[in-house]
Design a protein around this ligand. Structure first.
Ligand SMILES: Nc1nc2c(c(=O)[nH]1)N[C@H]1C(S)=C(S)[C@@H](COP(=O)(O)OP(=O)(O)OC[C@H]3O[C@@H](n4cnc5c(=O)[nH]c(N)nc54)[C@H](O)[C@@H]3O)O[C@H]1N2
Ligand SMILES: Nc1nc2c(c(=O)[nH]1)N[C@H]1C(S)=C(S)[C@@H](COP(=O)(O)OP(=O)(O)OC[C@H]3O[C@@H](n4cnc5c(=O)[nH]c(N)nc54)[C@H](O)[C@@H]3O)O[C@H]1N2
Ligand code: SF4
Ligand SMILES: [Mo]
Length: 753
């Protein structure tokens, strides 16, 4: 950090980076509302000074002249900046007639990835959803991790009971379809993943990476196994087979908490390594060795990410990952795959410990294709048809909240046409981009550093228990509207209270509801206490801070409003700007379970029922021999929306089609030349990059690009446009249980352009 140039009066603000799941803590030097510098917070209990190259770009993001600062209303093909009252009045004018004429199901909502990062969005979108009362809820989850939530829900009873690799203690880590050296980890909050992975090897442990590309993570590992995209479920089933056939099943302490072990053995019998080897592109001897090494390791964790989720067998693969963790006795033990205990009191800490209602999937179905809901959401892959198809319940109005589905969901071309046909579209976003250009009203949020931050979703996914709260590092600009207030005003419009409703009163109502729930739950630590006492003791700041204070203090680490004085509260977190370390993950079985049986459901019926599809895929696998497409990530990119920052897009273009030299020779492609890639859904043209780091038969194109469209305000991104890989993803195919889109293993034809 260059301290010499600091103006007098520069101060340090500590703030959690809002960009990715690592949630690193940053030291931001601030002068008035100016950012002087950004560096990792050396004193942080969890990130220990680590940050990646994206964090300093938060300053450019804050200063980006293209970032929206006032609401906008569309007039024809252009936008006009307006005041807040006018913007909400316009929402009301467009939305109410649709609600009146066509009912609640005619409104859809798409929630993007930052809504899982920003506490203002995370805690208040649910108020809007409740007010809307629609089934038309879509999110980035169904282009991401929904299969893992489904498998976790069915096995352990709640969607966020995701087993996390105990990175800091494991002796053996198997990574399938994840590249944490580049993504910084996902469903695994672990700042400085690089340091943590290197420490595994430094202490004599072993890392195995299964990926159709030799990734940076694979280069750090002891072993890299190339795998045909979309065949993880087969590989994992064969590993289970080996454990069962060779009597290597040792669940240990878990045995008394298991249900369905016999069923697993019966299923696994049908997947010997020799039967899947060809389909997977992995020889049987390797599969057997991987299983034996897993069984022999002192402790081990199997971890699957994007590559195992965004495919046709995402739910089965996500399930079998944890079946392996259970069968080897590694689930819920130090060094294995463990559960976090989140400070905000998620479902696996509420109600009676050890047993619960479990999860029910498919409580309703999508209107056009009849796809089942999962955790209240319909697949993003069916958003376009729900907008386009006439009939009762057709989506005519859409809210997008911090999402860019035009670039991030399958068949971007079709969805783009659908968005353009909406009668009312309202976007909460900070950019006029490929999606929001279709909106009638855009309501901008503040920049990431002008918002409070608490990793409310990621404390359920962290490899070490921790809590950290940051107030805005920079005072919000005059005239800025905190997004929770925008969401409450939208909720007021949707519920008929009108655009001019009293937002503070609404917020009080939201708080009172939470308080009421907490006081009446027999398992809450404040059960039966005097509401006025709790109300008076709660953080006086309105909005997310007050809701968080209540959630944290009544959560598993909370101070229970005085009953556990050493416990957490917002006040305590404010006094701990470098975070509070709550220690390594601890065994939680059986207490963490919320299944009706009170057991780990090793063979849940919906997943077992889906296996027939996998068997059919295996039978037909010899007839598939064409090229398939996968994605990839880049350290200096973040999905679709950090491409307007010069420091992150400078240098060689990232949006290239990676192809193996053998395939290139066969297809007539040259390094640096251009290729046309065609799938059932569409086609794109991209520059070719030859590399032997990709498996023959597989090509890779990153997602989140394709910025060369009319009507956006993205000066820098347009100059580094790339192409939208999701024009190739087929919206017609999903993982049936989770509704997750299939974004890897897409059959494509590639030819010179
Ligand atoms: N082919 C392919 N497609 C993929 C993936 C893949 O691997 N391959 N990955 C998928 C995954 S994992 C994900 S999570 C999705 C992401 O899908 P989306 O969430 O739809 O897309 P993002 O690119 O994250 O867009 C985030 C949006 O939020 C806006 N934004 C940023 N900060 C804020 C804020 O503070 N407030 C508001 N209101 N808006 C803000 C940005 O301007 C941008 O419009 O993409 C998915 N799509
Ligand atoms: N720098 C950066 N960091 C990010 C993001 C970003 O865009 N950029 N996005 C963030 C988000 S929203 C998420 S969800 C996470 C995702 O985090 P990761 O899951 O670590 O993401 P990827 O780097 O896409 O890694 C997916 C890997 O799966 C491989 N793969 C593809 N198909 C298959 C398959 O069928 N089987 C197997 N075994 N592997 C396959 C790909 O080659 C790729 O290496 O990253 C987050 N962090
Ligand atoms: S790793 Fe993620 S959380 Fe950490 S600094 Fe980079 S973008 Fe931010
Ligand atoms: Mo994601």
């Amino acid at each position: 950090m260059s301290t010499h140039a600091e103006p007098p009066g520069t101060v340090s603000r500590f703030h959690t980076c809002p960009l990715c799941e690592a949630n690193c803590n940053l030291e931001i030097r601030v002068h008035d509302r100016e950012i002087v510098s950004i560096r990792g917070d050396d004193a942080d209990v969890f990130s220990h000074g680590y940050m990646c190259p994206k964090a300093p770009a938060l300053a450019q993001l804050h200063d980006d002249p293209d970032r929206l600062r006032s609401p906008m209303i569309r007039e024809g093909d252009s936008f006009r900046e307006v005041g807040w009252d006018e913007a909400f009045a316009e929402v009301e004018r467009r939305l109410l007639p649709i609600l009146e004429r066509h009912g609640r199901q005619s409104v859809g909502v798409y929630l993007g990835n930052p809504s899982a990062h920003h506490v203002s969005l995370g805690l208040y979108t649910r108020v809007l959803l409740h007010a809307l009362g629609t089934h038309g809820i879509f999110s980035a989850s169904t282009v991401d991790q929904m299969p893992k939530q489904v498998s976790a829900g069915l096995m352990f009873g709640t969607a966020l009971s995701v087993p996390l690799p105990d990175l800091d203690r494991t002796d053996h880590l198997v990574i399938l379809g994840g590249n944490p050296m580049v993504s910084n980890g996902s469903l695994m909050t672990a700042p400085d993943v690089k340091g943590r992975l290197r420490a595994i090897r430094a202490r004599g442990g072993r890392i195995v990476v299964v990926d159709p590309r030799r990734t940076r993570t694979a280069e750090e590992a002891n072993e890299h196994v190339f795998l045909r995209p979309g065949t993880d479920a087969l590989l994992l089933a064969a590993m289970v087979h080996v454990l069962c056939a060779e009597k290597l099943v040792r669940p240990g302490r878990l045995a008394e908490h298991l249900s369905g072990l016999d069923e697993i053995e019966r299923i696994a019998a049908g997947f010997p390594p020799e039967a899947v080897a060809h389909a997977c592109g992995v020889d049987a001897a390797t599969i057997r060795r991987l299983a034996r090494e897993l069984a022999a390791a002192r402790t081990a964790a199997v971890y699957g990410r994007i590559g195992t989720c965004t495919q046709e067998f995402g739910s089965i693969a996500s399930w079998l990952v944890d079946v392996l963790n259970v069968l080897t006795g590694n689930l819920d033990r130090p060094g294995g795959a463990m559960f976090a205990r989140s400070a905000v009191g998620p479902a696996n800490t509420q109600g009676a410990p050890g047993r619960g209602k479990g999860v029910r999937l498919g409580r309703w179905k999508s209107r056009v294709r009849g796809l089942p809901e999962a955790f209240g959401e319909l697949p993003s892959a069916c958003m376009a048809e729900e907008i386009e198809t006439p009939g009762e319940g057709r989506i005519r109005a859409l809210f997008t909240v911090a999402g860019n589905p035009a670039l991030s969901t399958p068949n971007g071309a079709r969805l783009t046409r659908a968005l353009a046909s909406l009668e009312c579209m309202v976007s909460l976003d900070i950019y006029l981009n490929e999606t929001t250009r279709h909106a009638h009203v855009i309501l901008p949020g503040a920049s990431g550093l002008e918002q409070p931050h608490f990793p409310f979703a990621f404390t359920s996914l962290a490899v070490r228990n921790f809590a950290r709260y940051s107030r805005p590092a920079i005072e919000p600009a005059p005239g800025a509207m905190p997004e929770w207030r925008s969401l409450l005003r939208l909720a007021a419009i949707a519920s008929g209270q009108g655009a001019a409703a009293d937002v503070d009163a609404l917020d009080d109502f939201v708080f009172e509801q939470q308080l009421g729930k907490s006081l009446s739950s027999p398992h809450s630590p404040i059960h039966g206490r005097d509401p006025s006492e709790i109300r008076a003791a709660t953080a006086p700041v309105r909005g997310p801070e007050r809701l968080l204070d209540l959630a944290i203090r009544t959560g598993p680490w909370g101070d229970a409003y005085g009953a556990r004085p050493e416990g957490l509260s917002i006040a305590k977190l404010l006094a701990s700007p470098h975070g509070v370390d709550l220690g390594p993950l601890e065994p939680r079985i059986p207490e963490v379970l919320r299944t009706p049986s009170g057991r780990i459901e090793l063979a849940p019926e919906p997943l077992v029922g889906d296996l027939e599809r996998l068997r059919a895929f295996l039978r037909e696998s010899s007839s598939r021999d064409g090229m398939v497409l996968v994605g990839r990530r880049d350290l200096r990119s973040n999905n679709s929306w950090m491409h307007n920052l010069e420091t992150l897009v400078a240098g060689r273009p990232r949006c290239t089609l990676q192809v193996h030299p053998d395939d290139a020779a066969r297809l007539g492609l040259a390094d640096g030349g251009r290729a046309r890639v065609r799938s059932r859904a569409g086609d794109v043209e991209a520059p070719v990059e030859l590399t032997d780091a990709i498996m023959p038969g597989v090509a890779s194109l990153p997602h989140g690009w394709g910025h060369d469209v009319e009507g956006t305000r993205l000066g820098v991104a347009r100059a580094h446009a790339g192409v939208n890989s999701n024009r190739l993803a087929d919206e017609g195919i999903v993982d049936p249980l989770s509704g997750n889109a299939v974004l890897c293993g897409i059959p494509v034809e590639i030819a010179p352009a």
